[in-house]
Design a protein around this ligand. Structure first.
Ligand code: ARG
Length: 457
């Protein structure tokens, strides 16, 4: 049955119907659609547009439809155009003519705008909750590894020693910002478009503030043309999801590098890795690679919607129906990636010995050797040159700075004394870095306490 058959004399072409229909995907928000209708009807009765008896009948019908869809006794068909028609048709079947009053003072344009907002509003919270679980897992790793020394990198070359807590802490900051982006988006999107009508509001005396408050919004949207055609909140959400994926992808890339035969910084848990069908020795970081790979898919959704929206005149256009599948897919993809990444990282074993050895081998203490000379009165530029010579010498002999004898040090600069070994030990190099944000254990412990308090909020 069509909601709009009156003006037509011919049946819709079957392919045109299929092309136009959104029920195959907008069924995803059947529960939000029904909640919105219940709020709408409640408001219509409060305003005297429906009687209380009519309201009760409609709500009973809607509630039974929702239950039956949820428990699988009411199945979706191929003939209804969209979830809105499907629910209305079933309502009329169940409660008779009174069901025909449901759509009073409403259009599918403001209805779909509402449904999508209700659906994504819940998803913003769900993604936030998953990020919180990820942050909890990261903080556990940080607490265990404030004295696990490893090379910090620039240009993927060993640069200066840091700790694993410090490295993981960088990701803590990123995902913490992601959460704050989500909460900003939530605040901006939390206005109710219902009552915008097709585009120009309605002549019925609707109480939009009331409907908005019934549905947990901060208020009604203030321009009906914008109310039915705004998809900014989806673009913001997809952008936030893209940023989350970008962060997960960078971290995945590091896990993949750390898991390589050359690095061996980590041992992935068997439960989160896979083997090869032909090479028996393989244990592959598939989860990390898939997270990295799926990032492109989420970016694609963002670009797709930005492109769909860029040429649309006010107000509603059917193009906007294209917002659904890609947004649903991006949300489900990002949620899956956060969950899997959390499980993978929480079960990973970090090889403290290998990381520390790698930091030693990579001249990550060269800056500290130069600082030692500076503390003994050598100008920094000269100190840089002296340590450069030492590094060249060590590369030639395939040893670390720490492995040089005092005579070898002094052959290049007599300023070096026996306390140089203490000054360039990994522990000293890290522990001396005590400005807030640096890897030294004392400041790292302070930051961890701040993160603990943040997660307890
Ligand atoms: N399925 C439509 C969508 O997703 C619902 C709105 C239909 N409105 C209309 N004027 N045809 O956008």
């Amino acid at each position: 049955m069509k909601l709009w058959g009156g003006r037509f004399t011919k049946e819709t072409n079957q392919l045109a119907h299929n092309f136009n229909a959104s029920l195959p995907f907008d069924r995803k928000f059947y529960s939000q659609d029904i909640d919105g209708s219940i709020a709408h009807v409640t408001m219509l009765a409060k305003q005297g547009i429906l009687t209380d008896a009519e309201k009760e009948q409609i709500i009973a019908g809607l509630t039974s439809i929702k239950e039956d869809i949820t428990n699988g006794t009411l199945e979706f068909n191929e003939t209804s155009e969209d979830i809105h028609s499907f629910v209305e048709e079933n309502l009329i079947d169940r409660v008779g003519d009174v069901g025909k009053k449901l759509h009073t003072g409403r259009s599918r344009n403001d209805q779909v705008a509402l449904d999508m907002r209700l659906y994504t509003r819940d998803e913003v919270l769900a993604v936030d909750e998953l990020l919180k679980e990820l942050l909890t897992a990261l903080l556990t790793i940080m607490k265990e590894h404030t004295e696990t020394y490893m090379p910090g990198f620039t240009h993927l070359q060993k640069a200066q020693p840091v700790t694993l807590a410090h490295h993981v802490g960088a990701y803590f900051e990123m995902f913490k910002r992601d959460r704050s982006r989500l909460s900003d988006i939530y605040k901006r999107m939390n206005y109710c478009p219902l009552g915008s009508g097709a585009l120009a509001g309605t002549t019925y005396p609707l109480d939009r503030n009331y409907t908005a408050s019934l549905l947990g919004f901060d208020g009604p949207t203030l321009n009906s043309m914008d109310g039915v055609s705004d998809r900014d909140y989806l673009i913001e959400f997809l952008s936030a999801l893209s940023t989350i994926m970008m962060h997960l992808s960078r971290f995945s890339e590091e896990v993949i590098i750390w898991n390589s035969n050359e690095y061996r910084f980590v041992e992935l848990d068997d439960a989160y890795s896979t083997g090869s069908s032909i090479m028996p020795q393989k244990k592959n970081p598939d989860i990390a690679e898939l997270v990295r790979g799926k990032t492109g898919r989420v970016y694609g959704a963002l670009f797709s919607l930005l492109t769909t929206m860029k040429g649309l005149p006010l107000a509603y256009n059917k193009d906007m129906q294209e917002d659904k599948e890609l947004t649903f897919d991006a949300i489900d993809t990002a949620k899956g990636c956060i969950v899997l990444f959390t499980g993978m990282i929480a079960s990973t074993t970090f090889r403290k010995d290998v990381m520390e050895e790698s930091a030693k081998k990579g001249f990550t203490n060269a800056t500290d050797a130069a600082d030692y000379l500076v503390n003994h009165g050598v100008p920094f530029r000269d100190a840089h040159g002296i340590v450069g010579q030492l590094v060249l010498y060590c590369i030639d002999k395939n040893i670390a700075l720490d492995d040089m004898t005092l005579e070898e040090f002094q052959a290049v600069s007599p300023v070096f004394q026996s306390d140089i070994y203490e000054a360039i030990s990994l522990k000293t190099c890290v522990e001396k870095r005590l400005t807030i944000g640096a890897p030294g254990k004392a400041v790292m412990d302070q930051v961890i306490a701040i993160y603990d308090a943040y997660l307890a909020e």
